[in-house]
Design a binder for this molecule. Structure first.
Ligand SMILES: Cc1cc2nc3c(=O)[nH]c(=O)nc-3n(C[C@H](O)[C@H](O)[C@H](O)COP(=O)(O)O)c2cc1C
Length: 326
Protein backbone atom coordinates (compact mmCIF):
# COMPACT_ATOMS: atom_id res chain seq x y z
CA UNK A 1 0.00 0.00 0.00
CA UNK A 2 1.06 3.58 -0.67
CA UNK A 3 2.74 5.70 2.00
CA UNK A 4 0.54 8.58 3.17
CA UNK A 5 1.20 12.03 4.56
CA UNK A 6 1.24 11.99 8.35
CA UNK A 7 -0.62 15.29 8.74
CA UNK A 8 -4.25 15.04 9.72
CA UNK A 9 -7.20 17.10 8.58
CA UNK A 10 -9.63 16.63 11.44
CA UNK A 11 -12.49 18.08 9.38
CA UNK A 12 -12.32 14.99 7.13
CA UNK A 13 -12.60 12.43 9.92
CA UNK A 14 -15.97 10.72 10.33
CA UNK A 15 -14.87 7.39 11.76
CA UNK A 16 -12.23 6.63 14.37
CA UNK A 17 -10.88 3.18 15.07
CA UNK A 18 -11.09 3.14 18.87
CA UNK A 19 -7.93 2.16 20.75
CA UNK A 20 -8.00 -1.48 21.87
CA UNK A 21 -5.15 -2.59 24.13
CA UNK A 22 -3.82 -5.99 23.14
CA UNK A 23 -5.86 -5.86 19.92
CA UNK A 24 -5.27 -2.79 17.71
CA UNK A 25 -1.64 -3.50 16.85
CA UNK A 26 0.06 -2.62 13.57
CA UNK A 27 -1.38 -5.70 11.81
CA UNK A 28 -4.95 -4.98 12.95
CA UNK A 29 -4.73 -1.37 11.76
CA UNK A 30 -3.10 -2.32 8.45
CA UNK A 31 -5.96 -4.71 7.71
CA UNK A 32 -8.49 -1.92 8.28
CA UNK A 33 -6.68 0.17 5.66
CA UNK A 34 -6.59 -2.80 3.31
CA UNK A 35 -10.38 -2.83 3.41
CA UNK A 36 -10.41 0.79 2.15
CA UNK A 37 -11.23 2.78 5.25
CA UNK A 38 -9.89 6.33 5.61
CA UNK A 39 -10.69 6.31 9.31
CA UNK A 40 -8.41 7.79 11.93
CA UNK A 41 -6.39 4.90 13.34
CA UNK A 42 -5.44 4.81 17.01
CA UNK A 43 -2.68 2.79 18.63
CA UNK A 44 -3.29 0.82 21.77
CA UNK A 45 -2.73 2.93 24.89
CA UNK A 46 0.98 3.51 25.43
CA UNK A 47 2.26 4.14 28.92
CA UNK A 48 4.12 7.46 29.02
CA UNK A 49 6.35 6.11 31.81
CA UNK A 50 7.29 3.07 29.74
CA UNK A 51 7.95 5.16 26.63
CA UNK A 52 10.20 7.57 28.52
CA UNK A 53 12.26 4.59 29.74
CA UNK A 54 12.32 2.82 26.37
CA UNK A 55 11.70 5.20 23.46
CA UNK A 56 11.45 2.38 20.89
CA UNK A 57 9.07 -0.29 22.16
CA UNK A 58 7.25 -2.73 19.89
CA UNK A 59 3.91 -1.12 20.76
CA UNK A 60 4.73 1.97 18.67
CA UNK A 61 5.34 0.02 15.43
CA UNK A 62 3.30 1.28 12.49
CA UNK A 63 3.23 1.40 8.68
CA UNK A 64 3.27 4.72 6.85
CA UNK A 65 0.16 3.77 4.82
CA UNK A 66 -1.76 3.83 8.13
CA UNK A 67 -1.89 7.63 8.38
CA UNK A 68 -3.73 9.46 9.82
CA UNK A 69 -2.62 7.72 13.01
CA UNK A 70 -3.18 8.90 16.59
CA UNK A 71 -0.87 7.59 19.28
CA UNK A 72 -2.76 7.19 22.53
CA UNK A 73 -0.89 8.01 25.73
CA UNK A 74 -1.83 6.96 29.23
CA UNK A 75 -0.31 8.50 32.35
CA UNK A 76 -0.85 11.26 34.88
CA UNK A 77 2.52 13.00 35.18
CA UNK A 78 2.77 16.19 33.17
CA UNK A 79 6.52 15.86 32.52
CA UNK A 80 6.33 12.19 31.43
CA UNK A 81 3.27 12.70 29.23
CA UNK A 82 4.93 15.71 27.59
CA UNK A 83 8.23 13.90 27.03
CA UNK A 84 6.36 10.89 25.60
CA UNK A 85 4.48 13.15 23.16
CA UNK A 86 7.79 14.69 22.08
CA UNK A 87 9.21 11.20 21.43
CA UNK A 88 6.17 10.40 19.27
CA UNK A 89 6.03 13.73 17.42
CA UNK A 90 8.15 12.65 14.42
CA UNK A 91 5.67 9.90 13.51
CA UNK A 92 2.33 10.76 15.12
CA UNK A 93 -0.50 12.55 13.29
CA UNK A 94 -1.81 13.50 16.72
CA UNK A 95 -1.85 12.48 20.39
CA UNK A 96 -4.92 11.09 22.13
CA UNK A 97 -5.05 11.16 25.92
CA UNK A 98 -6.60 8.17 27.65
CA UNK A 99 -9.03 9.42 30.32
CA UNK A 100 -11.34 6.41 30.07
CA UNK A 101 -9.57 3.15 30.83
CA UNK A 102 -11.39 1.55 33.80
CA UNK A 103 -9.03 -1.34 34.64
CA UNK A 104 -7.58 -1.52 38.13
CA UNK A 105 -3.91 -1.65 37.25
CA UNK A 106 -4.33 1.60 35.26
CA UNK A 107 -6.52 3.60 37.65
CA UNK A 108 -4.56 2.79 40.82
CA UNK A 109 -1.89 5.30 39.87
CA UNK A 110 -4.41 7.96 38.78
CA UNK A 111 -4.29 7.12 35.05
CA UNK A 112 -7.08 6.38 32.56
CA UNK A 113 -10.59 7.07 33.87
CA UNK A 114 -9.11 8.19 37.23
CA UNK A 115 -8.10 11.37 35.34
CA UNK A 116 -11.78 12.33 35.41
CA UNK A 117 -11.30 12.89 39.14
CA UNK A 118 -8.42 15.30 38.50
CA UNK A 119 -9.58 17.50 35.62
CA UNK A 120 -6.97 20.15 36.47
CA UNK A 121 -4.25 17.56 35.83
CA UNK A 122 -5.76 16.61 32.48
CA UNK A 123 -5.85 20.33 31.67
CA UNK A 124 -2.14 20.76 32.51
CA UNK A 125 -1.11 17.68 30.53
CA UNK A 126 -2.95 18.84 27.42
CA UNK A 127 -1.62 22.39 27.65
CA UNK A 128 1.91 21.17 28.21
CA UNK A 129 1.81 18.79 25.22
CA UNK A 130 0.38 21.54 23.05
CA UNK A 131 3.15 23.92 24.08
CA UNK A 132 5.92 21.36 23.64
CA UNK A 133 4.85 19.89 20.27
CA UNK A 134 3.04 20.93 17.09
CA UNK A 135 0.64 18.02 17.31
CA UNK A 136 -3.14 18.24 17.65
CA UNK A 137 -4.33 16.62 20.89
CA UNK A 138 -7.61 14.84 21.58
CA UNK A 139 -8.96 12.98 24.61
CA UNK A 140 -11.22 10.01 25.18
CA UNK A 141 -13.23 9.78 28.38
CA UNK A 142 -16.33 8.27 29.98
CA UNK A 143 -19.47 9.67 31.58
CA UNK A 144 -17.74 9.83 34.96
CA UNK A 145 -16.66 7.59 37.80
CA UNK A 146 -20.10 6.27 38.83
CA UNK A 147 -23.70 7.03 37.88
CA UNK A 148 -23.86 9.51 40.78
CA UNK A 149 -20.61 11.21 39.83
CA UNK A 150 -21.14 11.91 36.15
CA UNK A 151 -18.99 14.92 35.23
CA UNK A 152 -18.50 14.46 31.49
CA UNK A 153 -19.84 17.91 30.63
CA UNK A 154 -17.58 19.83 33.04
CA UNK A 155 -14.68 17.55 32.11
CA UNK A 156 -15.27 18.12 28.38
CA UNK A 157 -15.42 21.88 28.92
CA UNK A 158 -12.13 21.80 30.83
CA UNK A 159 -10.42 19.88 28.04
CA UNK A 160 -11.89 22.22 25.45
CA UNK A 161 -10.33 25.15 27.34
CA UNK A 162 -7.01 23.30 27.43
CA UNK A 163 -7.06 23.19 23.63
CA UNK A 164 -8.08 19.69 22.51
CA UNK A 165 -9.12 19.48 18.86
CA UNK A 166 -11.92 17.03 19.60
CA UNK A 167 -13.13 14.61 22.25
CA UNK A 168 -14.48 11.07 22.15
CA UNK A 169 -17.10 10.10 24.71
CA UNK A 170 -17.54 6.44 25.66
CA UNK A 171 -21.07 6.63 27.02
CA UNK A 172 -20.55 4.47 30.12
CA UNK A 173 -19.27 5.27 33.60
CA UNK A 174 -16.05 3.82 34.98
CA UNK A 175 -17.98 1.58 37.36
CA UNK A 176 -19.92 0.09 34.45
CA UNK A 177 -16.65 -1.12 32.87
CA UNK A 178 -18.11 -2.66 29.67
CA UNK A 179 -21.45 -3.74 31.16
CA UNK A 180 -24.90 -2.45 30.28
CA UNK A 181 -25.70 -0.37 27.22
CA UNK A 182 -23.84 2.76 26.25
CA UNK A 183 -26.13 5.72 26.96
CA UNK A 184 -25.99 7.66 23.69
CA UNK A 185 -28.43 10.31 24.99
CA UNK A 186 -25.61 11.61 27.20
CA UNK A 187 -23.45 12.13 24.12
CA UNK A 188 -26.03 14.57 22.79
CA UNK A 189 -25.78 16.58 26.03
CA UNK A 190 -22.04 16.94 25.47
CA UNK A 191 -22.45 17.82 21.78
CA UNK A 192 -24.83 20.61 22.82
CA UNK A 193 -22.36 22.03 25.35
CA UNK A 194 -19.06 21.99 23.45
CA UNK A 195 -17.84 24.02 20.49
CA UNK A 196 -15.37 21.36 19.39
CA UNK A 197 -16.27 18.11 17.59
CA UNK A 198 -17.48 15.20 19.70
CA UNK A 199 -17.15 11.58 18.52
CA UNK A 200 -19.61 9.03 19.85
CA UNK A 201 -18.33 5.75 21.25
CA UNK A 202 -19.88 2.60 22.69
CA UNK A 203 -21.85 -0.26 21.15
CA UNK A 204 -21.63 0.89 17.52
CA UNK A 205 -21.33 -2.42 15.70
CA UNK A 206 -23.36 -1.96 12.51
CA UNK A 207 -24.19 0.72 9.95
CA UNK A 208 -27.60 0.97 11.58
CA UNK A 209 -26.06 1.59 15.01
CA UNK A 210 -23.90 4.36 13.52
CA UNK A 211 -26.92 5.94 11.83
CA UNK A 212 -29.08 5.77 14.97
CA UNK A 213 -26.32 7.10 17.19
CA UNK A 214 -25.50 10.02 14.88
CA UNK A 215 -29.19 10.88 14.42
CA UNK A 216 -29.71 10.90 18.17
CA UNK A 217 -26.55 12.72 19.24
CA UNK A 218 -25.58 15.02 16.37
CA UNK A 219 -21.97 13.90 16.99
CA UNK A 220 -19.39 14.67 14.31
CA UNK A 221 -18.65 11.00 13.83
CA UNK A 222 -18.27 7.65 15.51
CA UNK A 223 -15.49 5.77 17.24
CA UNK A 224 -15.73 2.01 16.85
CA UNK A 225 -13.86 -0.67 18.75
CA UNK A 226 -15.11 -4.20 19.26
CA UNK A 227 -17.28 -4.12 16.14
CA UNK A 228 -14.11 -4.25 14.03
CA UNK A 229 -13.01 -7.49 15.67
CA UNK A 230 -13.95 -10.13 13.13
CA UNK A 231 -14.90 -7.61 10.43
CA UNK A 232 -12.23 -5.25 9.07
CA UNK A 233 -14.73 -3.84 6.55
CA UNK A 234 -16.86 -2.15 9.24
CA UNK A 235 -15.04 1.24 9.35
CA UNK A 236 -15.24 1.54 5.53
CA UNK A 237 -18.88 0.47 5.40
CA UNK A 238 -19.81 3.05 8.06
CA UNK A 239 -17.81 5.77 6.27
CA UNK A 240 -19.54 4.97 2.96
CA UNK A 241 -22.89 5.25 4.68
CA UNK A 242 -22.09 8.54 6.43
CA UNK A 243 -20.56 10.12 3.31
CA UNK A 244 -22.65 8.75 0.45
CA UNK A 245 -25.60 6.98 2.13
CA UNK A 246 -24.45 3.79 0.43
CA UNK A 247 -25.10 0.57 2.36
CA UNK A 248 -22.45 -2.06 1.71
CA UNK A 249 -23.60 -5.46 3.06
CA UNK A 250 -21.75 -7.22 5.84
CA UNK A 251 -19.07 -9.64 4.63
CA UNK A 252 -20.31 -13.22 4.26
CA UNK A 253 -18.79 -16.09 6.19
CA UNK A 254 -16.33 -17.00 3.41
CA UNK A 255 -14.90 -13.47 3.39
CA UNK A 256 -14.71 -13.45 7.19
CA UNK A 257 -12.76 -16.68 7.10
CA UNK A 258 -10.37 -15.22 4.54
CA UNK A 259 -9.88 -12.24 6.86
CA UNK A 260 -9.20 -14.57 9.76
CA UNK A 261 -6.60 -16.52 7.77
CA UNK A 262 -4.85 -13.35 6.64
CA UNK A 263 -4.96 -11.91 10.16
CA UNK A 264 -3.40 -15.10 11.53
CA UNK A 265 -0.73 -15.23 8.81
CA UNK A 266 0.28 -11.58 9.34
CA UNK A 267 0.38 -11.82 13.14
CA UNK A 268 2.55 -14.94 12.90
CA UNK A 269 4.84 -13.10 10.45
CA UNK A 270 4.90 -10.09 12.78
CA UNK A 271 5.45 -11.73 16.17
CA UNK A 272 6.55 -15.28 15.40
CA UNK A 273 4.47 -18.46 15.49
CA UNK A 274 4.21 -19.02 19.27
CA UNK A 275 3.19 -15.43 20.11
CA UNK A 276 1.11 -14.89 16.97
CA UNK A 277 -0.95 -18.04 17.56
CA UNK A 278 -1.51 -17.09 21.21
CA UNK A 279 -2.48 -13.52 20.26
CA UNK A 280 -5.06 -14.73 17.73
CA UNK A 281 -6.97 -16.73 20.36
CA UNK A 282 -8.78 -13.51 21.35
CA UNK A 283 -10.31 -13.20 17.91
CA UNK A 284 -11.78 -16.58 16.91
CA UNK A 285 -15.13 -16.11 18.64
CA UNK A 286 -15.66 -12.83 16.77
CA UNK A 287 -14.89 -14.32 13.36
CA UNK A 288 -17.05 -17.39 13.73
CA UNK A 289 -19.85 -15.95 15.89
CA UNK A 290 -22.47 -16.60 13.19
CA UNK A 291 -21.91 -20.39 13.32
CA UNK A 292 -24.33 -22.61 15.20
CA UNK A 293 -21.55 -24.44 17.05
CA UNK A 294 -19.23 -21.45 17.37
CA UNK A 295 -18.15 -22.12 20.97
CA UNK A 296 -17.31 -25.76 20.19
CA UNK A 297 -15.10 -24.70 17.25
CA UNK A 298 -13.50 -21.90 19.25
CA UNK A 299 -12.61 -24.27 22.09
CA UNK A 300 -10.79 -26.46 19.55
CA UNK A 301 -8.95 -23.59 17.89
CA UNK A 302 -7.63 -22.06 21.12
CA UNK A 303 -5.86 -25.31 22.04
CA UNK A 304 -3.82 -25.37 18.83
CA UNK A 305 -0.24 -24.15 18.76
CA UNK A 306 0.79 -24.41 15.11
CA UNK A 307 -0.34 -22.06 12.36
CA UNK A 308 -0.65 -24.91 9.85
CA UNK A 309 -2.89 -26.93 12.14
CA UNK A 310 -5.15 -23.89 12.74
CA UNK A 311 -5.41 -23.16 9.02
CA UNK A 312 -6.49 -26.77 8.38
CA UNK A 313 -9.10 -26.59 11.15
CA UNK A 314 -10.42 -23.29 9.78
CA UNK A 315 -10.75 -24.80 6.29
CA UNK A 316 -12.63 -27.73 7.79
CA UNK A 317 -15.01 -25.34 9.63
CA UNK A 318 -15.57 -23.47 6.39
CA UNK A 319 -16.34 -26.61 4.41
CA UNK A 320 -18.78 -27.84 7.08
CA UNK A 321 -20.47 -24.44 6.98
CA UNK A 322 -20.65 -24.41 3.17
CA UNK A 323 -22.02 -27.97 3.10
CA UNK A 324 -24.69 -27.05 5.65
CA UNK A 325 -25.90 -24.03 3.70
CA UNK A 326 -25.40 -25.66 0.28
C1 LIG B 1 -9.95 -5.29 24.80
C2 LIG B 1 -10.18 -3.81 24.91
C3 LIG B 1 -9.09 -2.95 24.99
C4 LIG B 1 -9.30 -1.58 25.10
N1 LIG B 1 -8.22 -0.74 25.13
C5 LIG B 1 -8.40 0.60 25.18
C6 LIG B 1 -7.29 1.50 25.15
O1 LIG B 1 -6.13 1.10 25.03
N2 LIG B 1 -7.56 2.84 25.22
C7 LIG B 1 -8.85 3.33 25.32
O2 LIG B 1 -9.04 4.54 25.38
N3 LIG B 1 -9.90 2.49 25.34
C8 LIG B 1 -9.70 1.16 25.25
N4 LIG B 1 -10.79 0.33 25.22
C9 LIG B 1 -12.14 0.90 25.13
C10 LIG B 1 -12.57 1.03 23.66
O3 LIG B 1 -11.74 1.94 22.98
C11 LIG B 1 -14.02 1.50 23.55
O4 LIG B 1 -14.15 2.71 24.25
C12 LIG B 1 -15.01 0.50 24.13
O5 LIG B 1 -14.70 -0.82 23.73
C13 LIG B 1 -16.46 0.84 23.70
O6 LIG B 1 -16.55 0.91 22.31
P1 LIG B 1 -17.07 -0.34 21.40
O7 LIG B 1 -18.41 -0.73 21.93
O8 LIG B 1 -17.11 0.20 19.99
O9 LIG B 1 -16.06 -1.43 21.58
C14 LIG B 1 -10.61 -1.05 25.13
C15 LIG B 1 -11.70 -1.93 25.07
C16 LIG B 1 -11.50 -3.28 24.95
C17 LIG B 1 -12.70 -4.19 24.87
Amino acid sequence: MEAKNKNINIEDIKVIQAPLAGISDVVFRSLIRKYNSNCLMTTEMISSEMLCNNPNPRIIEFNDFEYPLAFQLVGHKVDKMTKAAQILEPFASMIDINCGCPVKKVIVSGDGSAMMKTPELAFDIIQSIKQATNLPVSAKFRLGWTKDEENFIEFGKTLEKAGVSFVTLHARTRSQMYEGKADWKKIKLLVDELNIPVFANGDIKTINDAKNCLDLTGAKGVSIGRGIMGDFTLPYRIEKYIQDKIIIPEPDFNLKINMLKEHLRLEVEHMGEANGVKFMRKFYSYYISSLRNASKYRSRLVLMEKEEEILEAIDEILSIHNRNIG
